[in-house]
Design a protein around this ligand. Structure first.
Ligand SMILES: [Zn+2]
Ligand SMILES: [Zn+2]
Length: 616
């Protein structure tokens, strides 16, 4: 550090003044102790009690206990308070609003509250208690004490007889008590409690990694290979970032075998990964590794190097940040690239995956209407948000995951190409991590370092590469211009080949084929289907006189040409409606990343460095 002594003294004085102001407002409580019990697993009711020791100054005013409205990593508002029941306390209780209970201590020195919270979703966002296990995400079950989220907290878990506890903060086997520096860190520690999970471990660069698996279906003998491949992913990502800050990290993996529970959630020293299938089933092994690669990248990108708004959080209102195309989108990009660098994917598999994303984004109406930053600002509406009211989001929105993924890939290739391989997005990300996490002073009680704004990435990327990137950010991040794929892929001897999609006509319909009917899921704005008066929720019972099926839909349309009118019959509630879809020229295209046969040695060398993570 090179700050002059005089500046240093002023900084200390400011900290002292700020500290004393904060102290005058809300002195820390003497202690906050949580106890989590689960005496009746089949009821799905977690039992939480919180004992708070009050300092003398505070024992005459009500203390507020608040359930968060959402939890970090999942940005839809779920209102976890809706599953709270039987809130009790040793003082008078007043419900202040949908998420807050106030307790009047009436002169006592300890407030004790208890409540039950229902949880029967196996998910990184919610919690589940049933006869097989307890698996929780702390944000969905633990209230915080208002104005004391920064205080240290203690947690005691009382498991049913024979059940074992595991999480990413184990100091010893059989541990049932933890102390956390603050409530945010407690809820950053998802926990699994069951009689029959198993654990395997490996070490990379002196750090220990644990793979905890709880399977509800057959594994087909795939576990040893899975653990080896997870180790390869860890090695590839550590090779890019350098050694992680922790000494131990835990992958908590569930094979739900229920065909619907699926999630991946990042934490500081662990991740929750839930696969809806069983490990023995086709594709589940590959899907697990895809999630592992993504979530482990979050150890750096999002959990430590984070947008300014990501910690500490205000859980009384939805999150607003412009940075999720970096936090999630770049993680999507690197999640895929790291599978290639780890030797698990071939070049072709990586190219095909990105080609599909380019095709999907190219045909999505929302990608022409919503920028990456706007998408991030809409996260509370987009990230698994339930909508009771019908919306037009499928036509107007775009996810910051694929949008950010493609921005990350193109930016990486532009920087590599324009600097002739001297610099890459890897260097930019490492510089960001160093500047905002490792070397910055702490901006809050929550965690080391401080958060960034998207302009910071723009600045660091330009500084590290020496390439002027203002225009790129303006056009492709804050506006909706199509990314410069040709320039980007050209640097590494690849080309993006555009072909007409296999539908001969774009009617503008998204369909779900059921028994002899096609249910309309979405109608594109401005499309022939919209012109014909069709709407989401309609069931097409006849297309050109025949029952529509997945097998016949494209064949039937192929009999017509542009400008022709195709008769359809739809059922809308109790009405039968006849309409005509007037076909137009196709507008949908597929994209495929291909190797350029004329690629030079220099281009191939750049490509190699990109795919392998080495210097060219
Ligand atoms: Zn479990
Ligand atoms: Zn993610």
């Amino acid at each position: 550090m090179s700050a002059c002594p005089r500046k240093f003294i002023i900084a200390l004085a400011v900290i002292a003044i700020l500290g004393s102001v904060a102290a005058a407002q809300e002195p820390p409580l003497k202690s906050i102790s949580y106890t989590l019990s689960m005496s009746r697993p089949t009821s799905h009711l977690f039992e939480v009690s919180i004992a708070v020791e009050l300092p003398d100054q505070l024992n005459d005013k009500p203390l507020q206990f608040q359930m968060p409205k959402w939890s970090p990593g999942r940005y839809a508002v779920f209102d976890f308070a809706k599953n709270v029941q039987e809130f009790r306390a040793n003082g008078r209780v007043k419900r202040l609003d949908d998420q807050t209970w106030a307790v009047d201590p009436a002169g006592t020195s300890t407030i004790t509250v208890s409540y039950k919270v229902f949880g029967n979703d196996l998910s990184g966002t919610f919690s589940q208690l049933d006869e097989r296990h307890a698996n929780y995400n702390g944000g969905s079950i633990f209230m915080y004490v208002v104005s004391h989220k920064a205080d240290p907290v203690q947690l005691t878990i009382q498991p049913p007889a024979g059940w074992k506890i595991v999480n990413g903060r184990m100091e010893r086997a059989g541990q049932t008590e933890w102390t956390f520096a603050n409530w945010d860190l407690m809820i950053d520690t998802p926990t699994e409690i069951a009689p029959d999970w198993t654990m395997e471990s490996f070490a990379v660069d002196g750090k220990k990694f644990h793979v905890v698996v709880h399977s509800f279906g057959p594994e087909g003998g795939k576990r040893p290979a899975l653990v080896k491949d997870i180790e390869k992913v860890v090695r590839a990502e550590v090779a890019m970032w350098g050694p992680p800050e922790f000494s131990e990290y835990t992958f908590l993996i569930h094979y739900a075998a229920d065909d619907h529970s699926g999630d991946g959630m990042e934490h500081l020293t662990s991740t929750q990964i839930i696969e809806p299938g069983a490990l023995a089933e086709p594709g589940v092994y590959e899907s697990t590794l895809g999630t592992v690669s993504h979530e482990f990248f979050h150890v750096w990108n999002v959990k430590r190097l984070r947008p300014e708004e990501l910690g500490p959080w205000d859980f009384t209102r939805p999150l607003h940040t412009r940075g999720l195309w970096i936090a999630e989108g770049f993680t999507n990009y690197y999640g895929h690239l790291m599978l290639r660098r780890a030797g698990i994917w071939t070049d072709r598999k990586f190219f095909d995956t990105e080609s599909q994303t380019i095709s999907r984004m190219g045909s999505a109406q929302g990608s022409h209407l919503m920028s990456a930053e706007e998408s991030s600002m809409s996260a509370p509406f987009l990230d698994d948000a339930p909508h009771a009211q019908l919306t037009n989001l499928s036509n107007t929105s775009i996810s910051y995951y694929p949008k950010g993924e493609l921005i990350g890939m193109v930016l990486d290739l532009l920087v590599r190409g324009r600097t002739k391989g001297r610099t890459s997005l890897d260097d930019v990300m490492r510089q960001m991590y160093e500047e905002f996490y490792l070397k910055s002073s702490n901006s809050s009680y929550y965690l080391r370092g401080r958060g960034y704004q998207t302009e910071d990435l723009e600045r660091v990327a330009s500084q590290v590469s020496g390439v002027e990137l203002t225009d790129f950010f303006k056009r492709h991040v804050r506006s909706v211009e199509v990314l410069p794929y040709d320039e980007a892929f050209g640097y590494v001897g690849l080309r993006l080949v555009k072909t007409q999609a296999k539908e001969p006509f774009d009617t503008g319909l998204s369909l779900e084929f059921q028994d002899r009917v096609a249910a309309i899921e979405n109608v594109r704005n401005g499309s022939p289907a919209e012109d014909a008066g069709l709407q989401a929720g309609d069931e097409i019972t006849s297309l050109a006189g025949g029952n529509p099926t997945k097998a016949t839909w494209l064949k039937t349309l192929a009999r017509y040409k542009s400008g022709d009118s195709v008769p359809v019959t739809v059922k809308r509630n109790r009405r039968t409606i006849k309409a005509n879809i007037v076909l137009r020229e196709p507008e949908r295209f597929d994209y495929r990343i291909e190797e350029d046969a004329r690629a030079t040695a220099e281009q191939k060398s750049l490509r190699n460095a990109w795919l392998k993570g080495t210097r060219s």
